[in-house]
Design a protein around this ligand. Structure first.
Ligand SMILES: [Mg+2]
Length: 251
């Protein structure tokens, strides 16, 4: 790394947090709590709105035509069976994403779902924040999901440490133009931003946009093999000394 780092852009999965958390904890949580959630919220306006979207996902004109005239239990079972089938196919359709988001929100807010961050992360983020480093998140998870995640981690609420969030609505993470858009939105020079991620193709795209980059090595991450030269870090505490020196070096 070279030059003065004033801002850090962070990936979540494989970087601040376990790569497998979303698939090993968050998606199974939806399956485990779906029937209970439907029963508790069956007449609530937010669930009714989501059921309309799910009916559209199922290519039915309305909830009533989708679920038919059975009992409440029979209707809920139709929803459960359909949602499980879509999740088996790993579909990212509108109603399904909204329902998953609502179940995760209820889980985080009740304390039954707690987001994972690696043990070195909270102290490092707080020390960077104290140095005036401006931090934002860039993740394929939706901005709403990112905020739930960092608002309810196993180290408490870390959300206030971040000045902004980006998801794939700004572009894909392996595309240089996405990082150019982030730089423009952030109002910073590209080379004063350090991007940390566990995926080399993302680092290549960020570097092509002029950002400084660091490869995150965490337990469970996929091995990265590439000729792309980049420093790596196993512990965020190791980044802090670079920040201290980065604005006082010549050049
Ligand atoms: Mg990642």
């Amino acid at each position: 790394m070279s030059g003065c780092i004033r801002a850090i852009l962070l990936d979540i999965e494989g970087t601040t947090s376990s790569l497998s958390y979303v698939h090993d904890v968050m998606f199974p949580y939806v399956r485990q709590h779906l029937a209970e959630y439907l029963d508790q919220r069956w007449t609530a306006p937010d669930l009714l709105a989501t059921l309309e979207l799910l009916a559209a996902d199922a290519q039915r004109p309305s909830v009533d035509t989708w679920l038919g005239a059975g009992t409440r239990e029979q209707k809920q079972q139709i929803v459960v069976d359909q949602v499980f089938a879509w999740m088996d196919q790993d579909l990212k359709i509108t109603g399904l994403k909204q329902l998953q988001g609502q179940i995760w929100q209820a889980g985080f807010e009740s304390g039954r779902l707690v987001a994972h961050v690696w043990p070195d992360v909270p102290a490092a983020l707080k020390s960077w924040w104290a140095k005036g480093i401006d931090m934002r998140i860039y993740s394929s998870g939706s901005i709403a999901a990112q905020k739930l995640f960092f608002g309810h981690t196993d180290a408490g609420n870390l959300l206030a440490l971040f000045s902004g969030h980006y998801d794939t609505t700004i572009g894909g993470k392996k595309v240089a133009a996405s990082y150019q858009s982030i730089v423009a939105d952030w109002g910073r020079q590209p080379n004063e931003i350090l991007f940390i991620s566990d995926v080399v193709e993302e680092l290549q795209a960020a570097a092509a946009a002029g950002l400084q980059v660091l490869l995150s090595i965490r337990p469970g991450n996929a091995p990265q093999s590439s000729d792309f030269p980049c420093l790596h870090v196993q512990d965020f505490a190791a980044v802090t000394p670079w920040l201290d020196g980065s604005c006082t070096k010549a050049g």
